[in-house]
Design a protein around this ligand. Structure first.
Ligand code: PRX
Length: 637
């Protein structure tokens, strides 16, 4: 497959960038022409950020799986689509060619249909990183069902909330998932999530770990049995459902600064074009290359750069079940060596963690196949950037630092490998179609260079969030109301003298822990559910490996029991309500929280104390009880 819209030079980038902003209709229309449509669109773009209402390729009809699978069959049917590496280095890897993947997707699409799944139904997918996870999501897309993948680390309660919000009727899961030396009982977590659930009609369970599971009559069925049923029907085909360009493709839940996680909605055509365009351009993907994105499909990075980006480009995507540090900290390098990986896309937290293990795990590993390295999810510090560059890229591989979000569908600000220059710890320049701007608190745009402010985007790109599921007003309020006529990212950012962007981190109450977004309000709610907790406040603090650690200030009812044991219980409560990813790193019991006279918690002070910066706490005169600050300072962990 060739990519006529792949930019080759800095000049080409400048030219395309300008055209994309001046004339988005013809720019994106030309790119969209290269995809497979059942019916061409009537209008490329119609939008306003007021409602918001954003429509790309209106009137167009298509199915994303025809673009990810069918269109490659004739010329590239025998090209590996998915290479799967097990958690267990001794288990044989699997390769699915485009022909095989197409067959399996179609087969499972028929399973879904046979189980009553129809266009528009919500299907929750809660699985480990096995090919069947990609197959299940693509099978949903094949028949027009809306997938909502939930990361395997979320708890039963977190799943229950998402099922309820999405009004999901179907679940695809596994008996269990392997993760390092552990076996996580996914089906059992689903069973807990389903206590009291009234919408789920069917749970399809794929075998992975053979851990014992309870199968409920009339509700639960085995993946493998259902496959046999469709085999006996003898019709291996499943025509791709005709989808409108703006039909929902998937919902993906993400944390915000208030309340429960929200269901970010992406639609079909714009998302497809954006995932593909950014994949092809940022990584400079060449047909035949092996692309290894280490994220989980449960996050947006996995959706866009394990599944939809690479497959829509006819590429070879590596799906890895394991973790970077098991059986030892050389596992990524073994995988790169074994499959001659060309593009490695990972998170700064993984790089920092592997850095800490030292260079001996790199000994004897042939990394010479690597051509491009990528970073995503959080700011990459210069030390990690240089380590990645020197020890993994051997100074020969450009590092693309890709800034984007669940809501943006794909990369937004990033250098492009060997096309635009990199600058350590800078995401650098906006991709074509992306019009960033920095604003001050009052919403004034900060013009010129050498400025910092809140990062907004001025016009829609094809992959932009369309709504938050079931609550459009929440979408408007969160992203489109802070600054008039702009999409607000929630990130702080600076623009240097050359116009390069450097993301400085969230400016709202969202933490970024190991590249995972955690809402402080959501976490406080979880902690407050513990019987002995009166009130709590969460802040982030710099953490060497995770980027940000979680610091919890908790007012604890001392009559409730041994405070040390209680800390463990609080952690357990968080694990139950959200999942292990949200566990606080530090818990400090405090007699009270510093509040203003109007009752607002002064997080600025708590943040400073957590960061260890206790000499300059700023103005504390507005506090209800200034003496609390000294007590909290003295008790700092
Ligand atoms: O704060 C930014 C940070 O991650 C947030 C988005 O998180 P999420 O929706 O979970 O998506 C992560 C994967 C795209 C952003 O608001 N972030 C993401 N990439 C970068 C980053 N911060 C700095 N540099 C990046 N390259």
């Amino acid at each position: 497959m060739s990519y006529p819209y792949q930019i080759k030079t800095l000049e080409g980038y400048k030219k395309d960038y300008e055209t994309s902003i001046k004339n988005p209709d013809s720019f994106w229309g030309n790119i969209a022409e290269t995809f497979t449509w059942k019916k061409k669109w009537d209008k490329v773009l119609e939008w306003n950020f007021k409602e918001p209402s954003i429509k790309w390729f209106q009137g167009g009809k298509l199915n994303i799986t025809e673009n990810c699978l069918d269109r490659h069959l004739e010329k590239n049917g025998n090209t590996p689509a998915i290479i799967w590496e097990s958690n267990d280095p001794d288990e044989h890897h699997r390769v699915l060619t485009y022909k095989e993947l197409h067959f399996k997707v179609v087969q499972f699409a028929n399973v879904l249909k046979n189980n009553g799944v129809k266009k528009g139904d919500r299907v929750c997918v809660y699985m480990g990183m096995i090919p069947e996870l990609a197959i299940a999501t693509l099978a949903c897309a094949r028949i027009g069902a809306i997938h909502s993948v939930i990361f395997g680390g979320f708890s039963a309660q977190a799943i229950a909330d998402r099922l309820e919000d999405a009004q999901a009727e179907f679940i695809v899961t596994c008996d269990g998932a392997y993760r390092a030396a552990k076996d996580i009982p996914l089906k059992s977590v689903i069973d807990d999530a389903l206590v009291g659930n009234k919408t789920i009609k069917r749970v399809i369970v794929c075998t992975r770990t053979r851990t014992p599971v309870s199968m409920i009559k009339g509700r639960d069925v085995w993946w493998e049995d259902e496959i046999k049923k469709v085999e006996t029907l003898g019709n291996p085909d499943c025509p791709a459902e005709t989808m409108d360009a703006e039909d929902v493709l998937f919902i993906l839940y993400t944390s915000g600064s208030t309340g429960k996680p929200k269901g970010v909605v992406h639609t079909t055509a714009g998302y497809m074009v954006w995932a593909n365009y950014t994949f092809v351009n940022v990584f400079q993907y060449q047909q035949g290359q092996v692309h290894f994105c280490t994220a989980d499909i449960g996050w947006i990075t996995g959706h866009s750069y394990i599944v939809y980006g690479p497959l829509s480009a006819g590429g070879t995507t590596l799906l890895f079940e394991g973790v970077p540090t098991w059986p030892d900290a050389g596992r990524f390098w073994d995988v790169v060596d074994k499959f001659k990986v060309n593009i490695l896309y990972t998170a700064p937290t993984a790089i920092r963690s592997l850095m800490g293990f030292g260079l001996e795990y790199l000994k004897g590993k042939d990394l010479s196949s690597l051509k491009v390295l990528g970073s995503v999810g959080e700011p990459i510090n210069e030390e990690a950037w240089h380590w990645y560059d020197k020890n993994i890229g051997k100074g020969n591989c450009p590092i693309v630092d890709t800034w984007w979000q669940t809501e943006t569908g794909g990369m937004m600000i990033s250098n492009m490998a060997n096309v635009t220059p990199s600058k350590p710890s800078f995401a650098t320049l906006p991709l074509p179609g992306v019009e960033p701007c920095l604003v001050d608190e009052a919403g004034n745009e900060l013009l010129g260079n050498n400025v910092s402010g809140n990062l907004c985007i001025k016009s829609p790109w094809p992959g932009i969030i369309r709504t938050t599921y079931g609550d459009h007003e929440r979408c408007r309020q969160t992203y489109f109301s802070t600054y008039e006529n702009k999409y607000f990212t929630g990130d702080g950012c600076l623009r240097d003298e050359d116009g390069n962007y450097r993301i400085t981190g969230r400016v709202d109450d969202v933490l970024n822990v190991s590249g995972h977004r955690i809402g402080t309000a959501e976490l406080e709610n979880a902690i407050n559910m513990h019987a002995g907790v009166i009130e709590s406040a969460i802040v982030g603090y710099p953490h060497d490996v995770k980027g940000q650690g979680i610091y919890a200030y908790v007012i604890f009812d001392e009559t409730h029991g041994d405070p040390n044991l209680s800390k463990q219980d609080i952690i357990q409560t968080v694990t139950r309500i959200i999942g292990a990813i949200a566990k606080p790193d530090k818990i400090q019991f405090v007699p009270g929280l510093p509040k203003t006279r109007s009752g607002k918690i002064m997080r600025r002070i708590l943040r400073k104390i957590a960061e260890g910066d206790v000499t300059n706490l700023g103005d504390t005169s507005t506090l209800l009880d200034p003496s609390l600050v000294d007590i909290i300072k003295d008790g700092r962990i």
